[in-house]
Design a binder for this molecule. Structure first.
Ligand SMILES: NC(=O)c1ccc[n+]([C@@H]2O[C@H](COP(=O)([O-])OP(=O)(O)OC[C@H]3O[C@@H](n4cnc5c(N)ncnc54)[C@H](O)[C@@H]3O)[C@@H](O)[C@H]2O)c1
Length: 387
């Protein structure tokens, strides 16, 4: 964690005080809970699973569609914690399968269901088929989980969101905002969520790609003009657990003082990663030059460019224009309350969205009627056109 923090130019872990203040409450609940984690083999999900495993819940069942990541998760747990939790089960299964409700009947009920499954890349908007899967995973799955929570008479239903859901500028962010709305609409009594920004070195992230490029002897590429708030896996997992187990249901947790989490540019992180491997950046003026230049022992070819891709906000925000902050007993976490919850008719409209059969303008129109002011910034370029 220290090196994750240092690599993104941060010096202090956040949410530490809140986590230690509430750890005994969290422990007490967890030891009595049967828990189901969806998307638990991903970056944030697996971090939450690791923490929960050590707190010895009555049952910990982890579901994900990625069997390799599930196998890795089990290896990591067996190599660190060992065999603390008795009823620990990982399942490689699609929760949207027509027979999936049987899972609750056969393995449930669950006191707590946490969802970390997602299609999270803005680049996944570029074709209607991936976009369809994004809507299924991010929204239809949420509806399904509200039903599973009802079948289980669950006390807690949590689904992770993103800062991109606040005043969304792309369909991915909008789909996560619609996910939140679906959760609140169908399970308001027990549902909660959390929005935060980039988890440093998480799966599929540009930061993780820096390591992958170096290991593959390939150049590093990053946008020049973009700075981000990076948090660690542990911080993200703790924020989710504090919201799910301590905060009031019906709220969305956000970091209290994002300003305290210093903004760091991708180029600075790339430089830090290179430095940790004994290199300095060799600045190239084109992708072609970076691909073809001869490697030296001390310098690594880098192509840093001005960003011009669609759906990216030049800044990060956690709260939408029409949202309010409520009372929070946390030191470093704010809670968004009094959320606008659409009625069943609006949710039906959301679930009707079918990118394979609808033009993008119609989808944007439907979303606009539910998230007023939704504006999709279309620049005609996406990250698949970048190295
Ligand atoms: N990583 C970040 O920087 C970050 C920051 C803020 C918010 N978030 C949000 O957190 C969520 C998870 O992010 P992550 O970095 O852990 O992503 P990830 O890709 O590492 O994990 C997602 C997991 O969900 C699984 N999954 C996908 N579809 C599924 C399905 N239908 N059923 C079961 N499992 C399925 C994947 O196999 C994967 O293991 C996303 O919604 C993302 O928007 C992430």
């Amino acid at each position: 964690v220290r090196s994750e923090l240092n690599l993104v130019n941060r010096h202090r872990e956040v949410f530490n005080t809140d986590y230690s203040n509430y750890l005994s409450d969290i422990k007490e609940k967890i030891t009595n809970y049967r828990i189901l984690i969806i998307g638990g083999a991903g970056s944030i999900g697996s971090e939450v699973v690791k923490i929960l495993f050590d707190l010895s819940p009555k049952a910990l069942h982890v579901l994900d569609i990625n069997e390799n990541s599930l196998a890795d998760l089990v290896r990591i747990i067996r190599s660190s914690s060992g065999y603390v939790t008795n009823d620990f089960l990982t399942m490689c299964y699609n929760p949207l399968h027509p027979d999936s409700d049987e899972l609750i009947k056969k393995l449930g009920p669950y006191d707590m269901i946490m969802n970390f499954a997602a299609v999270k890349h803005v680049r996944s908007e570029k074709d209607p088929f991936t976009l369809m899967r994004m809507f299924e995973t991010n929204i239809h799955l949420m509806k399904k989980l509200t039903y599973w929570a009802e079948l289980s008479k669950a006390k807690v239903l949590f689904s992770v969101s993103t800062d991109k859901a606040a005043n969304p500028a792309n369909l991915m962010g909008a789909s996560k905002r619609l996910m939140e709305m679906t959760g609140f609409s169908f399970a308001n009594e027990i549902f909660s969520s959390a929005r935060f920004a980039n988890v440093a070195f998480s799966n599929g992230s540009l930061l993780k790609a820096f390591y992958d490029r170096i290991n593959s002897a390939q150049p590093i590429s990053a946008p020049l003009n973009i700075k981000r708030f990076f948090i660690t896996h542990k911080e993200a997992a703790r924020l989710c657990l504090l919201e799910a187990l301590v905060a009031n249901n019906g709220t969305i947790a956000i970091p209290k003082a994002p300003g305290e989490i210093e903004l760091t540019s991708f180029v600075d992180v790339a430089t830090n990663v290179l430095k940790s491997k004994g290199f300095t950046p060799l600045f190239c003026t084109s992708e072609e030059e970076a691909r073809t230049i001869k490697y030296s022992k001390k310098e690594w070819p880098c192509y840093f460019f001005e960003s011009d891709t669609s759906g990216e906000k030049p800044f990060e925000e956690f709260i939408a224009k029409d949202e309010k902050l409520g009372k929070s007993s946390f030191e470093e976490i704010n809670l968004i309350t009094d959320l606008v919850i659409p009625g069943p008719k609006a949710i039906e409209e959301i679930l009707r969205i079918n990118p394979i059969r609808m033009p993008k303008e119609e989808i944007v129109g439907i979303i606009n009627s539910i998230i007023p002011g939704f504006s999709h910034i279309e620049k005609g370029r996406n990250l698949d056109q970048r190295m």
